[in-house]
Design a protein around this ligand. Structure first.
Ligand code: I3P
Length: 128
């Protein structure tokens, strides 16, 4: 219910593997460095973890799953951005602080679902 939303545990919306590169930090352009990332959409945040598959089995323990970084979706902008990459199925996420990420999947349905889910969270936060 609306009156409980402040104090309740943030809702896990979605999780999965995407290709990710950060292209700007505080509005300053960065060199692309694409890597697989385990992406979790929880509450108002998109949280990035290192791809467990890219790590040795020994390094992948529950206690080791500290996020690499996290993005506040409030005020963020989402756009399809196939003009920003030679890869297909790319969108760009820009935060209010001027951090920009490209996210990509080889699978059309996967990237469409992520786009729709992130956009709905951004729109919900716009209305708050
Ligand atoms: C970049 C690398 C990226 C590519 C980028 C290249 O080269 O090949 O994968 O982005 O293209 O500059 P480098 O490894 O030497 O930094 P895409 O895969 O998204 O096309 P760009 O400069 O046109 O963005």
């Amino acid at each position: 219910s609306p009156e409980c939303s402040e104090s309740s545990t943030p809702e896990l919306e979605k999780a999965g593997l995407l290709n990710k590169t950060k292209i700007a930090e505080g509005g300053r352009k960065l060199r692309k460095n694409w890597n697989p990332s385990w992406v979790v959409l929880v509450g108002n945040s998109l949280v990035f973890f290192k791809d467990p598959k890219s790590q040795s089995p020994a390094s992948w323990k529950p206690g080791n799953s500290r996020p690499e970084s996290s993005v506040d979706l409030r005020g963020a902008k989402l756009h399809w951005a196939n003009d920003l990459s030679s890869k297909k199925n790319v969108f760009r996420l820009r935060t209010v602080t001027g951090n920009e990420f490209l996210l990509q999947s080889e699978t059309d349905s996967v990237i469409k679902e992520w786009y729709g889910t992130i956009q709905s969270v951004i729109h919900r936060l716009d209305r708050d």
